[in-house]
Write a protein that binds this ligand. Structure first.
Ligand SMILES: Cc1cc2nc3c(=O)[nH]c(=O)nc-3n(C[C@H](O)[C@H](O)[C@H](O)COP(=O)(O)O)c2cc1C
Length: 322
């Protein structure tokens, strides 16, 4: 099969595959490995860290150090999200950091702000736009403001889930028909068939989180990597929380949150137990299957082994190999 995409040329990469930001689960070595393998690596919140920061300044300086590490490990493009915390006060310092450090690609994952888009455009930085709740209107507005690529994220994804339970197939089709810029699909994509399916629906690339966790270079705890291989989407527990839903592999904490949610408990209650992404750090980074949760997408059924980042990308992108 021969697939076409404008994305490699636009972003300066070999293959139209982006490794999405993942709280706690990225670091410079992993991100550089993705970029060196021909995809686009992306740092995420708490990249390279094992403990929460104590100030906004520390967030920025930690991220600056991690960006510099990536640059020392690869000459290839990589990306950084402009919103790495729910704290809106960090958006401007993150914008300035990304521009100062000449990060090649930015993920705009915040409100559609014309000045923010303009600042990155003026600095020659490529823009990927990804809404948490993808709509035709926001995709069109991002295109108008100058986004280079837009991500259509379905409810099958890992991480913070969209408010509406619309799967990756429906979202991709809807958004690909609405904009002229290339669309990447996100949510549940973990094998070659998934990549081909997204392209059949009009996508020109794939934006993947979970499948990249199942690689040697990812910093996820070894026991959790094994759990990822052993489980299927059928094992995932979906629960209501803030802002909408999360899903997790069946840890003790996840079972508790699932039960609260199933029995009509409040979203405040599950949110309190999650402790924001602290529960993710415990579960995924520290491998604490009692006190943490493991946020992954529905694509885990397709994950059968732990591979190198290169082997994963070569497998997913075989239709693009020269
Ligand atoms: C553990 C985990 C943490 C995530 N954290 C973030 C985040 O901090 N910011 C963000 O924009 N997206 C985050 N995401 C979403 C991913 O960037 C991406 O959209 C998603 O993983 C795609 O779906 P998939 O996991 O099914 O491939 C996270 C995903 C996972 C699995």
């Amino acid at each position: 099969m021969k697939l076409q995409s404008r994305i490699p040329e636009i972003l300066g990469i070999r293959y139209p595959v982006v490794q999405g930001a993942m709280s706690w689960m990225t670091d410079a070595a992993f991100v550089a490995a993705v970029s060196n393998a021909g995809g686009l690596g992306m740092l995420g919140p708490h990249a390279g860290q094992t403990a929460n920061p104590t100030s906004n300044e520390e967030v920025i300086e930690r991220m600056r150090a991690e960006i510099r590490k990536v640059k020392s490990l690869t000459g290839k493009p990589f990306a950084v999200p402009v919103m790495i915390s729910e704290n809106p006060a960090l958006i401007v310092p993150m914008r300035d950091l990304i521009i100062e450090e000449r990060v090649p690609v930015v993920l705009i994952n915040v409100v559609l702000d014309a000045d923010l888009f303009r600042a990155f455009k003026d600095a020659g930085i490529k823009i990927i736009y990804r809404a948490l709740n993808p709509t035709v209107e926001s995709a069109r507005e991002a295109e108008r403001l100058g986004a280079d690529v837009v991500v259509a994220t379905g409810f099958d994804e890992g991480g913070t889930l969209p408010d509406k339970e619309i799967g990756t197939f429906a979202v991709t089709t809807h958004i690909a028909q609405a904009v002229g810029i290339p669309v990447m699909s996100a949510g549940g994509i973990a094998d070659l068939a998934g990549v081909r399916a997204c392209f059949a629906l009009g996508a020109e690339g794939v934006y993947i989180g979970t499948a990249f966790l199942a690689t040697h270079e990812n910093r996820m705890a070894a026991n959790v990597k094994q759990m990822l291989v052993d489980c299927s989407a059928d094992d995932l527990l979906l629960f209501r929380t803030h802002p909408a839903y999360y899903r997790s592999l069946p840890t003790e904490l996840a079972k508790k949150m699932y039960e609260i949610s199933e029995n009509g408990g409040s979203r405040d209650e599950t949110a309190k137990l999650m402790q924001g992404t602290v529960g993710m750090r415990k579960g995924m980074l520290e491998g604490d299957l009692a006190g943490g949760y493991i946020s992954v997408g529905n694509g885990i059924t397709q994950i059968k082994e732990i591979r190198s980042v290169q082997a994963l990308i070569d497998d997913l992108m075989q239709d693009f190999a020269a």
